[in-house]
Design a protein around this ligand. Structure first.
Ligand SMILES: NC(=O)c1ccc[n+]([C@@H]2O[C@H](COP(=O)([O-])OP(=O)(O)OC[C@H]3O[C@@H](n4cnc5c(N)ncnc54)[C@H](O)[C@@H]3O)[C@@H](O)[C@H]2O)c1
Ligand SMILES: [Zn+2]
Length: 378
């Protein structure tokens, strides 16, 4: 199994990807309606056709896809076995492309049902993932997240086999992202980096990856959101997001992500927006258990006050998170999302059930404490 992706990065780096295509006849290009018309995507399709590939285009992956969306896409495929899957889009598209790289590899025993039941296939088709948000870092994680409407939650299908052969980080593909999506997906990347950095299963590899990513993110997130055409800031955010995904691959997120799952699963709040509301309050809760790591991350902020004590820096980081979410004009209260205090017991039960992530929180946490955090942002 190859889990080391080759990364192509930079302006116009998709202009000549012909060398990836040799021997590929059936290609599945997975995208969505906001992305498919972008010139670099059309250029990829032209190159595929010029190389003689049969290209099937899926351009209807919805945001926050469910298991039923993937089933519908599979049933509509005339050619269920392919040689290359290309995913170009946000995390929603990339997660679907990753699943299709398993489901279109020619093994009839591998089905969406078997993957949801925990099967870990050994093979997938060749894959190229091209993120257009920055982001989920899905191109660097072993995860694909699906909504399960019947259970009003989301689940992760997790296997390193889904890590792609090729990743392309192409800044001009992200310039059409509306500011609100650039802001919320940027906060998602920050959550991946900082949760993995403070997770109980952090290790030296995930720590260094997270530090490199946070340095890029703190220096670029404001500019990237304010100046969509700034390709340098946009490329740096793509790298920060990639590092966030790589941190997940080596460690794992915890409280913010556990508490955001029920907001996505039942109330359909976009993933990055749900994380943005939770970032500062969850980190205020976690702070006492990881003071030196909080201080270490704070030191990476461009105008950090390096004279503060470790304790002082740890508080200052939580304040920075809170100010950043306000500055990016993202929601900070559940009421802004039409979620009422009556919903909080349900949300808390949903969060505590995400034991896969709760067990990574660097201190004990129970349902009452989770409920208190939700109440603090009602
Ligand atoms: N696999 C993982 O490791 C992982 C990690 C975190 C989140 N996720 C999942 O990823 C999904 C969220 O992905 P996301 O936050 O990237 O958002 P998204 O993919 O759902 O996209 C949000 C919206 O932005 C639009 N968009 C994306 N890029 C654009 C661009 N360049 N220009 C114009 N519009 C653009 C999309 O069309 C969509 O309407 C959720 O399902 C979440 O659970 C997966
Ligand atoms: Zn996330």
């Amino acid at each position: 199994m190859n889990i080391d992706s080759t990364i192509i990065s930079g302006y116009q780096s998709l202009q000549d990807i012909g060398y990836l295509l040799s021997g590929k006849h059936q290609v599945l290009l997975v995208s969505d309606k906001n992305i498919i018309g972008l010139p670099p995507v059309q250029s990829v399709i032209t190159q595929l056709k010029t190389a003689g590939c049969q290209v099937t285009v899926i351009d209807n992956v919805p945001p926050e896809p469910s298991q039923h969306d993937v089933s519908a896409i599979l049933s509509a495929l005339k050619q269920p076995r392919v040689d290359l899957v290309i995913g170009v889009g946000g995390g929603s598209v990339l997660d679907v492309a990753k699943l299709l790289s398993l489901l279109c590899a020619g093994d009839e025993n591998v089905t969406l049902k078997s993957l949801l039941a925990g099967e870990k296939p050994q093979h997938r088709t060749t894959s190229l993932l091209i993120p257009t948000t920055a982001g989920t870092g899905s191109e660097a994680t072993p995860n694909a997240i699906l909504a399960i409407p019947e259970k009003e939650t989301k689940v992760g299908i997790i296997t390193p086999v889904m890590l792609p052969d090729y990743v392309a980080l192409v800044p001009e593909l992200t310039t059409s992202m509306p500011a609100r999506i650039a802001a919320s997906t940027g906060i998602d990347a920050l959550c991946h980096l900082f949760e993995c950095f403070t997770s109980v299963i952090a290790n030296p590899v995930s720590d260094n990856v997270a530090l490199a990513g946070m340095k890029k993110l703190f220096a670029n997130i404001d500019t990237a959101v304010a100046e969509p055409g700034n390709l340098v800031a946009r490329l740096n955010m793509l790298w920060a997001s990639y590092y966030g995904g790589a941190s997940i691959a080596h460690a794992g997120t915890h409280l913010v992500h556990a508490m955001s799952y029920p907001l996505g699963g039942k109330y359909h709040i976009p993933h990055g927006v749900a994380n943005a509301i939770l970032l500062a309050p969850c980190m205020a809760f976690v702070r006492p258990s990881a003071v030196s790591k909080f201080a270490c991350a704070y030191d990476l902020i461009p105008d950090a006050d390096l004279k503060l004590s470790e304790e002082g820096k740890s508080y200052a980081l939580v304040e920075y998170f809170d100010a950043l979410v306000h500055r990016l004009d993202l929601p900070v209260k559940l009421s802004q999302l039409n979620i009422t205090p009556d919903d909080i017991p349900y949300l808390s039960q949903g969060a505590i059930e995400v034991q896969r992530l709760i067990k990574n929180v660097p201190m004990p946490v129970d349902k009452n404490q989770i409920e208190e955090i939700y109440r603090s942002i009602r």
